[in-house]
Design a protein around this ligand. Structure first.
Ligand code: FAD
Length: 490
């Protein structure tokens, strides 16, 4: 599928990092999962780069020092190169770099500049970005820790049409870029890729967070806005071909890969519909695979209308994927009609999987209260302390899904604030929180509300809570202190 031999992506944005020396080149094979991950990472972080396919562009061999008289010698020389290769204009060359190395090489911020903050926001999706705008504009020393790129899931959305104020719709990358720039203008600090890996359990007021490279960051409060991640599809061939024609989520920047090609999309929700409509502008044919017999129950009406109106987009009902096949990259898919049981093998150039999400909270097991699906419990949803605030009636009233694992109940006599988790001073909002609809506007609302609650916490409770948790009056089994982030590195 290597139709395009090189591609330049320009990310015209005020906050685009200035790549040292200017031009950045990425060299790899088209079918490389690591190359896809690197392109996605750079695009989502608005870093301009030139992509060069080493199989199609002779310049690549020259740049890699692999010019030789025969194809065999070229291959031998290339075999000694670890791909992808990043070439910086100042002459540096990075082979198969880690994301932290890439981030540093292209000038993304990866280290804190201050020794202490009022609010550390974990996650830079719509909830985290909004909290950053309000917190920084209201004078809180604010830092956002984002492990991939600002924007979160919303940044991957091809077209958002239901966010208030944008009647013509807006791409997720553009919407979140604006919020990111707004937060930066108010002096919110961003630390990218260098994520939180641990916390000092003995410390609170301030909390002490340890980053990937060992740097310590102290903050008087924390807002967890870590969102959700894609559900994986357990079907033969999918794991092996992921990044080689099969992908999760709809990376708008990859649309050029589908020009004139046959694409399959699995999913019946709004994000699958958006992706199908968007990719149909580039692909020869898009096929939406849906297990049920209708789109109406799972998709917004405006998207159902759009899907039905696109001539080169067909919906295959009662259909599921039985296998993805190909040697080096995806070549065909096997589709099963689950009413008749018949299986059909059809050629395929691309397969996009959008079958829902689950929260990023395995790390919180036993540390923060969660529901049965892993969403974080906050405020009034929190189970009260066993044997103290809890009564027979309140125990009966709570559904099983709300019960938290031991060590994650609310530990203080005062009630938790609205978005406060089972660890006082640690708030959660957006998709990771149990309750709100999984929408950008809800995440934005949580981000704004969280800042007001942080003011209340810092002004009224922080010092007293620290005293209470360090000693008097807290039952041992619930005094989890600040051990909440110990496993954030999951
Ligand atoms: C393809 C697609 C299309 C969509 N279209 C729409 C739409 O049209 N309208 C709509 O209203 N909603 C839409 N949604 C849903 C919407 O994007 C989400 O509801 C919204 O992004 C949730 O925001 P959030 O900030 O809670 O979480 P997320 O957007 O999930 O952001 C969480 C961020 O936290 C980061 N993170 C996670 N763990 C860590 C960690 N340990 N350290 C540091 N960072 C971490 C992640 O990298 C991510 O950037 C769409 C979603 C998808 C996937």
């Amino acid at each position: 599928m290597g139709a395009e031999k090189s591609l330049t992506l320009i990310a015209g944005s005020e906050t685009a990092p200035r790549v040292p020396g200017g031009r950045l080149r990425v060299l790899d094979r088209f079918s490389s999962p690591a190359g896809l991950a690197l392109r996605t990472f750079l695009t989502r972080n608005r870093v301009p780069f030139e992509w060069i396919d080493i199989d199609a562009d002779p310049l690549a061999r020259f740049l890699l020092g692999a010019v030789a008289p025969s194809d065999r010698e070229v291959e031998d020389r290339l075999a000694g190169v670890r791909l992808p290769v990043l070439l910086l204009a100042d002459g540096r060359r990075l082979e198969a770099p880690s994301r932290l190395e890439v981030a540093r090489a292209v000038g993304l911020p990866t280290r804190p500049t201050q020794s202490e903050y009022d609010l550390a926001i974990v996650g830079g999706g719509p909830a985290g970005l909004t909290a950053a705008v309000y917190a920084a504009s209201e004078g809180l020393r604010t830092v956002v820790l984002e492990r991939e790129a600002p924007g979160g899931q919303a940044g991957a959305s091809a077209r958002i049409e239901n966010y208030p104020g944008f009647p013509e719709g807006i791409t997720g990358l553009e919407l979140t870029r604006r919020t990111y720039e707004q937060a930066r203008r108010f002096d919110a600090e961003f630390i990218l890729v260098n994520e939180v890996t641990a916390a000092d359990p003995s410390a609170r007021e301030p909390f002490r967070l340890i980053l990937l490279d060992g740097t310590e960051l102290r903050s008087r409060s924390v807002f967890l806005a870590t969102g959700v991640e894609y559900r994986f599809l357990d079907v033969p061939g999918v794991a092996e071909l992921t990044g080689r024609g099969v992908c999760y989520g709809s990376q708008v920047s990859e649309a050029f890969l589908y020009r004139g090609r046959e694409l399959f999309i699995i999913g019946s929700g709004n994000s699958a519909a958006q992706a199908a409509v968007y990719f149909a502008r580039h692909a020869r044919q898009v096929n939406l695979l849906v297990r049920g017999d209708s789109l109406d129950r799972s998709m917004s009406q405006y998207l159902v209308r759009q899907v039905n109106a696109v001539p080169n987009l067909s919906v295959r009902f009662h259909t599921e994927l039985a296998a993805a096949e190909g040697s080096d990259r995806l070549e065909s898919v096997v589709l099963r009609n689950h009413r008749t049981g018949t299986e059909t093998r059809v050629p395929a150039d691309g397969l996009v999987i959008l079958i829902g999400q689950k929260p990023y909270t395995d790390w919180a097991d036993g540390l923060l209260a969660r529901d049965g699906q892993g969403f974080l419990l906050t405020g009034p949803d929190l189970p009260p302390v066993v044997g103290r605030a809890r009564t027979a009636r309140s125990a009966r009233a709570r559904p099983t899904a709300f019960r938290a694992s031991s060590g994650s109940q609310w530990p203080l006599a005062r009630p938790p604030l609205l978005l406060e988790t089972s660890v006082p001073g640690v708030f959660a909002g957006g998709d990771v929180r149990r309750g709100p609809p999984k929408r950008i506007a809800s995440a934005v609302g949580d981000g704004a509300l969280a800042v007001q609650l942080v003011h209340t916490y810092l002004g009224l409770h922080a010092a007293a809570d620290a005293r209470a948790l360090n000693g008097a009056g807290v039952p041992k089994d619930v005094a989890v202190g600040a051990g909440f982030l110990n496993q954030l590195a999951s």
